[in-house]
Structure formats: structure tokens, C-alpha cells
Design a protein around this ligand. Sequence first.
Ligand code: IPM
Ligand code: MN
Length: 367
Amino acid sequence: MQLNITVLPGDGIGPEVTRQAVRVLRAVSDLGGHDFRFEERAIGGAAFERFGSPLPPATLDACLESDAVLLGAVGAPKYDALPTSTRPEAGLLTLRRALGGFANLRPAISHPAIVHCSPLQRVVVEGANILVVRELLGGIYFGEPRELNLSEGSARNTMCYTEGEIERVAHVAFAQARNRRRLVTSVDKANVLETSQLWRQVVKRVAAEYPDVKLEHLYVDACAMHLMMDPRRFDVILTENLFGDILSDEAAVITGSLGMLPSATIGGEVDLYEPIHGSAPDLAGRGVANPLGAIWSAALLLRHTAAMEAEAADIENAIWDVLQDGHFTRDLQRDASARATSTAEMGDLVEQSLADWVSRRHAFHAV
Ligand code: IPM
Ligand code: MN
């Protein structure tokens, strides 16, 4: 298998965590005799510093020509005063639009190896396994008009959705549910927002094509509460852009850390993979960041872009094994006095465990 991957390390802890993800992908490539090629490009604040733009043309071109894009994170407090259009985040949003992926998959799993890492009680989180399907190209993130009028002391954003935008992401959610527990919870605010009323109607219509999948509707405020009270009641959560952004951070509480959540953005020209944790400037450069969200995103890349299910599962198994053996980065540690595993050590451990999984799989096939 030949794969051309554009790597966008970005800001904050982005470079540290993507380095570990790339290292694990290289190991997959070497162990399986594949040909994965990596090209690094600048995005976000790092790109603004060097090229005066958070998404330089050379970056966008490289992304559009590749099979998949692996991104670290963008953003830093020092860019807060920049106008919206040159902020690091604008680079990411423009990239998402250009690549065209509209369905952002964000799994949150309370694996036995990390069940004690959540601040929630074991009886609440044990066995929770949620997939948030976040619409990624519409809603208030992109709606026009938008403006900040400081002299008049006013500002506005626009939330808008078309039927087509809702329909296509709903299909992804139902298709995903078919490979899981066959329950889609569509989350909206239909008691207040017109966009949500349209959302609900369209989702119901799409659901009719998946009679084997159960559909329920929840208001976003209630969903936020149920996620903490009883996360096991959820299978697939289908929701619009802003709600999905917020609920996926909340879902991270189930795992104990934002560092544990990967994401895959599919449905467009080029798929985009990124951990959901953001740039975490306070942790940057210290070797303490959790690279597992990024490494897991690399596993999702193999699954969704390359149809390399066995290799994706090898990476996931390796991640859980390392955690099961008691290696935790600082974000996952409940005992502050215990020695934490560093970012690079974590990558090293996953790579070692991966080699075991690959050889076990080969031995199995040889029988
Ligand atoms: C995320 C992030 C981004 C978003 C930011 C960095 C623009 O929070 O991927 O969840 O809001 O989508
Ligand atoms: Mn977010």
C-alpha cells in the first residue's frame, strides 16, 4: 500500500504529538512492507509567523494532492488579538472547507484500561462507548453574515443549514450505527432554533432508510446532562457543528482526558485526521502531552482512508495494552505523585507493542 500523507504539526503541543503519530505510522509501514510517505507543511500560528498566513498556498496545495492529512493542533493566546481571518483557527477552518470532509467522527471510549482515569464513578462510565458524528462544514462556524463591529458595540454570527448538508452527515451517522449498537441520538435545540427544526425533520426522513437503526432526539442541554449522568445510554450522537464541538469535549470526561480523543473527517476530497485536544500552550515543549489522541487519529486514517482495518486495529490494541500496563501521561494520572510517562516514551511504548501485535497477526495467518 502506498500512502501520501501531509503532516501539519501546527502550534503548541501539535508538533510533539504528531511526531509520535508519524513514528507509529512509519512502524506500520516498515513492519508491513508498505510505502507511506510524509510531507510536512506549516499551518496555524506557526505558518503565520513564517509566511504571513495561517494557511499558506503551499500547504493547501500539498494537502489537496495527498491521500490524507494528519494535523496536530492550531492556536495560541498570542494570536488572540488578530482579526478572525488571520487567526490560526481560520487556517484550520479554511482547510476543512477546502478538503470537503463534512462528517467528523469523534469516538470516546471508556476502555477498562482507563476506566479509573475518569473523574466520574466507575459504575457510571464503565463500558461507555460513544461516537460523536459532528457536522463540520456548516452551521454558525461558517454562516454569513458575520461581523464584529466594535465601534457600535455589536457583533453577529449566523447559524444556517440546508437540507443537503444535514442529509449527507445523517447518512454517515446511520451507516456508522449499523456497525455498532444501532442507536442514533440526534441532538438539536428544536424548541428554540429553526435550523434545529429543519435538522430534526431531515434526520427523521433519512432514518426511514435505516429501519434497523433506532433514532431518538435530544435537546442539546439535556444531552449535556445525560452524557455525564449515564454515558452508556449513547451509541452514535449525531449533531451540528457547534454542538458537536462542545459535546465532544464533554465526552472526553468519560475517558479522563481530552488527550484521549481522536477524530476523522470524511466525505470530502481528502480526509483529515486530528486529535480533538487543541494546542494546549501551557503544556507545549515540555514532553508531557498525551500523544494517544494523535496516534489513534493515525489509526483512523488507516481504517477510513486506506481500508487497512487490521493495521488500524493493531494500533488501537497497542494503545490499550500500553495503558493496561500502567503507563500514563500526566493528564491521565489520578495519583499526582506517581511518575508520568513522557510524550516520546508513550510513542516508543506504543511502537513496541504494535510490533508484538503485528507479529502475532502474521503468526496467526501463517498457521
Ligand atoms: C476542534 C477545535 C476547533 C473547532 C478549533 C481549533 C477551530 O476546537 O476541532 O474541536 O472548533 O472545530
Ligand atoms: Mn473543540
